[in-house]
Design a protein around this ligand. Structure first.
Ligand code: SF4
Length: 353
C-alpha cells in the first residue's frame, strides 16, 4: 500500500528533530528575522550568510530600523552578499510595513506575498515558520527531492512541472497538524540541502528511502531534469586603474542604472569599445596590463582586462578622486573589487567577492 501523506510528514519531522542544523534563524519565530534570513539565503550559501545575518540584525534589529536606514549605509551592510537588489527590496518592503501596517509584520499570506521583493517561496516560508500557516515552500532543494521521490523526469524549468511539484508539496503540508508547518517546510529544505544533494545523495540516511522511486530505479543523480538554459554571451571589458597622489579615479553609477545603481566603479569600456585606445576619449593614456579575470552576470560572461592608465587632460565629467582610506566604506561594484584586488596595495581596503 502506498504511504500516506501523513506518514511522509511524520517520518520527515522525526528525522528533522534529530538532524536539523543549529542555525541562528532557527532559534526564532519572529517574522522580521525569518524574512531577513530567507532573503539572504537566496543565492548565498548558509555558512556565508551566518555572519552577515547576525551583523545585519545588530544594525537593523526591526522593521522600523531597516526602513529608516540611509541607502548607502544599507548597501555597505549588505556588501559581500552580492545581488544588491535584494537589500533594496527588503528596505522597500520595510517601508511599506512601516507606513501601511504600523510597523507590524502582516500575518495575512496574500498581504505578505504582495510586499516588494517577496515571491511565493519567501511568503510561504514566513507563513509557515513565523505564523504556522499551511503554505508549501518550493525551492531548488525541494524540487529535487520531489522529482526524485516520484522519479519524475519532466523538465523542472517548465511552469507545468513546477505547478505539479508544488501541488505535491501542498498535499503534504495540508496533512500537517497545527504547530508542525514551519518545521515541516524547514525539514523539507534541510533534507534537500544535506541528504538529497545534487551529487551523491545520502539515500541511506533518508527518512523516505523506502518510498523513493529514484532510489529504487538507481537514477537519483540524473534527476531533476533541466533543459539547457540560454547560452552565455561573452563580453569584453577593459577596466583602468588611474591614480593621482594615491587616490583613484572613480565614478558613482547613476541611481537609474538597472544593475548596481549607486555603486562606485573604476572607468571601463565594454564590448567592441573595449579596445584600450578608446580610453583616449576620456583623456586617459593606457599603460601596462595589471591582470585579467572573468565575471559573470546572469547570461553574460565578462572577460575583463585591467590596465594602469594616466590622466592626460582634465578629469572626465562624473568622475572624482577617491582616497584608499574611503574605499573600504564605499559600496563598490564586484568588477571594481576584483580589479583592485589584482593590486596588492588595495587588498587591505577592498575584498573581491
Ligand atoms: Fe533523495 Fe535518496 Fe531520499 Fe530519494 S532516497 S529522496 S534520492 S535522498
Amino acid at each position: 500500500m502506498a504511504a500516506t501523506s501523513r506518514s511522509f510528514v511524520r517520518r520527515l519531522l522525526r528525522w528533522y528533530s534529530s538532524n536539523a542544523r543549529d542555525l541562528p534563524w532557527r532559534r526564532t519565530s519572529e517574522p522580521y528575522r525569518i524574512w531577513v534570513s530567507e532573503v539572504m539565503l537566496q543565492q548565498t550559501r548558509v555558512e556565508a550568510v551566518i555572519p552577515y545575518y547576525e551583523r545585519f540584525l545588530r544594525r537593523y534589529p526591526n522593521v522600523a530600523a531597516l526602513a529608516a536606514a540611509p541607502e548607502q549605509e544599507l548597501l555597505e551592510a549588505w556588501a559581500g552578499l552580492g545581488y544588491y537588489r535584494r537589500a533594496r527590496f527588503l528596505q522597500r518592503a520595510a517601508k511599506v510595513i512601516t507606513e501601511a501596517h504600523g510597523g507590524e509584520f502582516p500575518r495575512d499570506h496574500a498581504v505578505v506575498r504582495g510586499l516588494p521583493g517577496i515571491g511565493d517561496y519567501t511568503a510561504a516560508a514566513i507563513a509557515g515558520i513565523a505564523f504556522d500557516q499551511p503554505y508549501a515552500v518550493l525551492d531548488g532543494n525541494v524540487m529535487r527531492v520531489l522529482a526524485r521521490l516520484e522519479s519524475d523526469g519532466r523538465d523542472v524549468l517548465k511552469s507545468a512541472t513546477k505547478r505539479a511539484l508544488a501541488a505535491r508539496a501542498q498535499e503534504w503540508i495540508d496533512s500537517t497538524k497545527p504547530g508542525e508547518r514551519g518545521a515541516f517546510n524547514q525539514a523539507l529544505m534541510e533534507l534537500g540541502a544535506t541528504v538529497c544533494t545534487p551529487r551523491s545523495p545520502k539515500c541511506g540516511a533518508c527518512p523516505w528511502m523506502k518510498d523513493c522511486r529514484a532510489f529504487a530505479e538507481g537514477n537519483a543523480e540524473s534527476l531533476p531534469y533541466k533543459s539547457s538554459r540560454m547560452k552565455t554571451r561573452r563580453v569584453a571589458l577593459a577596466v583602468v586603474i588611474v591614480r593621482c597622489r594615491g587616490s583613484l579615479l572613480m565614478r558613482q553609477r547613476p541611481a537609474d542604472e538597472q544593475i548596481m545603481p549607486g555603486f562606485w566603479e573604476l572607468p571601463y569600456l565594454e564590448g567592441i569599445a573595449a579596445d584600450p585606445n578608446q580610453f583616449l576619449e576620456l583623456g586617459l593614456l593606457v599603460g601596462p596590463t595589471v591582470g585579467a579575470f572573468k565575471h559573470s552576470i546572469t547570461d553574460r560572461l565578462f572577460q575583463c582586462v585591467v590596465y594602469e592608465a594616466k590622466l592626460e587632460s582634465r578629469r572626465p565629467a562624473d568622475y572624482c578622486w577617491i582616497a584608499p582610506s574611503r574605499m573600504g566604506r564605499l559600496p563598490l561594484t564586484t568588477v571594481t573589487k576584483k580589479a583592485l584586488a589584482l593590486q596588492e596595495v588595495f587588498c587591505t581596503c577592498v575584498k573581491a567577492e
